[in-house]
Design a binder for this molecule. Structure first.
Ligand code: NA7
Length: 543
């Protein structure tokens, strides 16, 4: 089908927003509310970001539906009906589309357009944003709503380009779906995407081979339909529920225990773990107050979870291979439906790449150091170039033409994960150095968008031209993020958090651990007249 090319855009707006997922759309809504004009560019052919692209079988959010939703409008909150405890990708995408229609957001969104460059003009204090369709739009502000997990990781496995059957990445799944009936399928990767898709692929395929490099801990979702009555109850106390979430480290209303594991007897420890296991989901980490802080406490959780795997998986060798050795939570905890039990099926085999690494992919399958696996289709559940990937792919130039990519060559540096020294009037939503992926993203997104919109209004009221982090405030923040992370177990293993999944990526822990202290700091900084930011009354051209 031929497409009619649209005219290239030349326009001047107040805010250019990159990305039309949950972050970009809410930013658009808030910008309009502040009386600002905005233009949103989105690479996808539809809105929704992560939820537009990740259509693999079993794709669901690991935060419960009633919390993984916007809270900015009580009417929206009350009127939307979720159907399951954990929403499917398609239901979340429906919700995003509903929001876009309800607030008339589409008219400012340009789809199928990838932003390639953003350049700050110091004399005019404006950003010029360029796209792959030849657009040039200028904005007083540029907001990067580019997503934390939006650039797929295609692993450089020897010979992968020679495979002559279809290859799918979970993060770029065909819209028409894939029918694996009668096929021999291989899945590489056992993070959340692998763990969600493997049980469903196994039900359909003739045979499934799972290629596992590192096993993951996973908690059962105990997913179920959301009863009308249950929803009514939550809706009746929505403000209180949202408030409780804001007081939690992960910004999820998990009602984390205040008791450290060290003070519990063995029987109490077992009982606490059994309780959270039977509730299901990420709330497992809330069984004790110190599971991500104290190695001994974490070891108890790890042993409990390994025990569960051994009790579910019938073949003891397979169970041992599926039992993760690492700290619980240092790789994102997964939430599954029937993942471990899938390995009891006759048509499923597990290949442990730690024992028998992949040597190459040939036209017909995967050759490991031990054997050859003939395949009709290959699924890469190999994750993303997380957090910095999307930003580093745009040619972003701040003062003196300095490139963000160069400034971040040793890892991301930002102030609060919101702004970057040398890049005035550019904001990131859930950027590196903010709690982002360690929280319910909906909470972090709304917090950031509200903060950014407030800053824009502040500048307008005071007739200020620019806001920009001071280099010393940024350096202090980078140190604080690192110090807080190092007081936890999060950086304790190789994970996408620290960039270890991408060859050559600098190892930096990119998230501020703990939503409440972070939000308090953001508020205090505003109360102190945007402490740590330089505010300038007029354009400050380079000398
Ligand atoms: P993840 O969590 O990054 O998982 C990717 C998986 O792919 C993981 O098991 C990796 O093993 C594996 N992987 C990556 N590269 C390779 C190569 N080269 N060979 C073999 N195996 C490889 O991505 P997901 O999409 O599952 O989830 C991302 C987030 O989305 C998730 O945390 C939720 O927040 C939602 P490794 O562990 O690196 O040894």
């Amino acid at each position: 089908m031929s497409k009619i090319a649209r005219a290239t855009m030349r326009e001047d707006v107040d805010v250019v927003i990159v990305g039309a997922g949950f972050a970009g759309l809410y930013m658009l809504h808030k910008a309009r509310g502040a009386g600002l004009t905005a233009r949103v560019f989105e690479a996808g052919a539809g809105i929704g970001g992560t939820w537009y692209f990740n259509r693999y079988p079993g794709a669901r959010c690991d935060v419960e539906s009633m919390e993984y939703s916007y809270s900015f409008d009580p009417t929206l909150e009350q009127e939307w009906q979720w159907t399951e405890r954990y929403s499917t990708q398609s239901e979340i995408l429906k919700y995003i589309n509903h929001v876009a229609d309800r607030y008339d957001l589409r008219r400012d969104v340009v789809l199928e357009t990838r932003v390639t460059a953003a350049t700050f003009d110091e004399r005019r204090s404006r950003w010029t944003v360029e796209t792959d369709k030849g657009d040039r739009v200028t904005g007083r502000y540029c907001v990067m709503a580019t997503g934390c997990l939006s650039v797929t990781n295609l692993p450089p496995i020897n010979g992968i380009e020679t495979f002559k059957k279809p290859i799918y990445h979970t993060g770029a799944w065909p819209h028409e779906g894939v029918d694996f009936t009668g096929l021999r399928v291989g899945v590489v990767g056992t993070g959340s995407s692998g763990i969600q898709s493997i049980p469903l692929i196994a039900e359909q395929a003739k045979h499934l081979t799972v290629f596992q490099r590192t096993p993951s801990y996973s908690i059962p979702a105990h997913n179920r339909p959301l009863a009308e009555e249950e929803q009514r109850k939550v809706k009746a106390e929505y403000p209180a529920k949202r408030k409780r979430a804001l007081a939690e480290g992960f910004a999820i209303d998990m009602q984390m225990s205040q008791t450290p594991a060290a003070s519990a007897s063995d029987a109490e420890t077992k009982e606490a773990f059994e309780t959270v296991w039977s509730r299901g989901g990420l709330g497992f980490l809330g069984a004790f107050s110190d599971l991500v802080l104290d190695r001994a406490a974490n070891d108890k959780a790890a042993e409990f979870l390994r025990g569960k795997i051994r009790s579910i998986v019938k073949d003891p060798k397979t169970a041992e291979r599926l039992a993760p050795p690492q700290v619980v939570g240092c790789k994102r905890l997964c939430v599954d439906t029937n993942y471990f039990a899938t390995f009891n099926r006759d048509n499923v085999a597990l290949v442990d790449l730690r024992e028998t690494p992949i040597e190459e992919i040939t036209p017909d399958g995967v050759q490991t150091s031990a054997s050859f696996h003939s395949l009709d289709a290959l699924v890469l559940a190999t994750g993303f170039d997380a957090i910095t990937g999307a930003l580093n792919r745009i040619d972003i130039r701040g003062r003196h033409g300095a490139r963000l990519r160069d400034a971040w060559v040793d890892g991301p540096r930002s102030y609060l994960g919101l702004g970057i020294a040398g890049f005035p009037n550019m904001f990131m939503i859930a950027g590196p150095g903010s709690p982002s992926v360690l929280t319910n993203m909906m909470v972090s997104i709304q917090h950031h968008v509200d903060w950014i919109a407030e800053a824009m209004s502040f500048l307008a009221k005071r007739q200020l031209a620019t806001i920009e982090p001071l280099a010393e405030a940024q350096e202090a923040w980078v140190k604080e993020v690192e110090m807080v992370a190092n007081s936890t177990l999060f950086p304790a293993c190789n994970s996408w958090y620290v960039g270890a999944n991408i060859p050559g990526k600098p190892r930096v822990f990119p998230a501020y651990v703990g939503f409440p202290p972070y939000a308090e700091k953001c508020a205090a900084i505003v109360a102190n007249g945007y402490e740590g930011f330089a505010l300038a009354a007029q354009a400050t051209a380079a000398e």
